[in-house]
Design a binder for this molecule. Structure first.
Ligand code: NAD
Ligand code: DAU
Length: 348
């Protein structure tokens, strides 16, 4: 019987993973461990919080004693590790919290697993990581699993470091591990500091729409449920010690994406076309801004028969609808002391 520790389950991707595992695998015990930082919100999981196979624990992954206690109390058999500081802009203004959570926190979890598990062949530690560890691409090329690591921001450097630690525990101690490196996710319950929900929220509130630099940077967008399906497959069928790249096959320049969002929100709200676009504001670029990310996801397609099913057109439309229908959630997560990076640094 599996008792799976899912870390970061109150965050954006984590809540979708927790929901899928709680509902699809009633025989598994799912322990959602989250510190509930500004990015974690339990309201997101209110629909499943009473499920018999679900437990929530508020704890910090850097807390050594707490991790050992949780492994013992819930007889943890496997880990799906998502808890992290995840926003690149924040890592530029406050790098140390990223190093503590993403590096020390991951090391601490690995160590709790190492000392709690007796027969490593019965357990898996799965780390959810990012394509940003590979650095930045020019106009051509794709990140493959074999691409050398070249992280450029404190966030990506901390995730690269945590990937290395996970592999070190595999090679040194024989722990069964899996890693996946995924491109930009979007969809319901994403904190509105990331590009897509920030732009939707700002359009609704008739605020400026900040585009960094000239808007030519390219990201490969993946609808969050496609990522969850990939995680589910890798967890159950991925090979021990392997890395899988996950991508949306949806490369797009930031400015083009912002235009799509403007058209979609204006149309759904019945506003004149062009109203939102008129508020696009080109702002000072992000320091060290990676130019382009693009993923070669042929390994996961070939080995596990996974490919994304949602294209950006459908996914953006669903996401815009969700944010327009969930204004209370948006209001709740953005109330209090929350301010976007650009509001803090450059005003509204
Ligand atoms: P998120 O910021 O929305 O959520 C992170 C969660 O981790 C929050 O619930 C937060 O409370 C929790 N957390 C933070 N510090 C913690 C700590 N010290 N102890 C315990 N919990 C803590 O992030 P997300 O976008 O859902 O990303 C989840 C994971 O996926 C991260 O590891 C991220 O690096 C990775 N990832 C994200 C994307 C993306 O596009 N969002 C893409 C690829 C990989
Ligand atoms: O590639 C995977 C990564 O994607 C994840 O590992 C990170 O956790 C996640 O935050 C995301 O990182 P990005 O930096 O790519 O995402 P973000 O939404 O912050 O920015 C997307 C692009 O949009 C990027 O080129 C910067 C730009 N941008 C962002 C914001 C917030 C703007 O132009 N204006 C903005 O206001």
């Amino acid at each position: 019987m599996k008792s799976i520790l899912i870390t970061g389950g109150a965050g954006f991707i984590g809540n979708h993973v927790v929901r899928q595992f709680v509902k699809k695998y009633p025989n598994y015990t799912i322990v959602n461990l989250d510190k509930l930082t500004y990015a974690g919100n339990l309201e997101t999981l209110s629909d499943i919080e009473k499920s018999d196979n679900y437990h929530f624990v508020k704890a910090c992954i850097t807390d050594e004693l707490a991790m050992h206690d949780i492994f013992a109390k819930y007889h943890i058999t496997d880990v799906i590790h998502l808890a992290a500081e995840s926003h690149v802009d924040r890592s530029i203004t406050d790098p140390l919290v990223f190093l503590r959570t993403n590096i020390l926190g991951t090391a601490n979890l690995l160590n709790a697993a190492k000392t709690s598990w007796e027969d490593y062949s019965k357990h898996t530690f799965y780390h959810i990581s990012t394509d940003e560890v590979y650095g930045s691409l020019g106009d051509s090329g794709l990140f493959k699993e074999t691409t050398p690591y070249d992280p450029r921001s404190p966030y990506s450097a901390s995730k690269a470091s945590s990937d290395h630690l996970v592999r070190a525990y595999h090679h040194t101690y024989g722990m069964q591990i899996k890693i996946s490196n995924c491109s930009n996710n979007y969809g319901p319950y994403q904190f509105p500091e990331k590009l897509i929900p920030l732009i939707i929220n700002n359009i609704v509130q008739e605020k400026a729409l900040p585009v960094y630099g000239d808007g030519s940077n390219v990201r490969d967008w993946l609808y969050v449920q496609d990522h969850v399906e990939a995680i589910d497959l890798i967890f159950h069928k991925g090979q021990n010690g392997e890395t899988y790249n996950i991508g949306g096959n949806n490369e797009m320049q930031n400015l083009a994406l912002v235009h799509i969002l403007c058209e979609s929100v204006d149309r759904i709200l019945g506003r004149p076309q062009g109203e939102a676009k008129s508020r696009i504001t080109f702002v000072k670029d992000r320091p060290g801004h990676d130019q382009r990310y693009a993923i070669d996801a042929s390994k996961i397609k070939k080995e596990l028969n996974w490919e994304p099913v949602t294209n950006v057109g459908t996914g953006v439309e669903k996401t815009v609808q969700w944010y327009l229908n969930n204004k209370v959630w948006l209001e709740n997560v953005t109330s209090g002391a929350y301010k976007t990076y650009y509001e803090k640094h450059y005003g509204t």
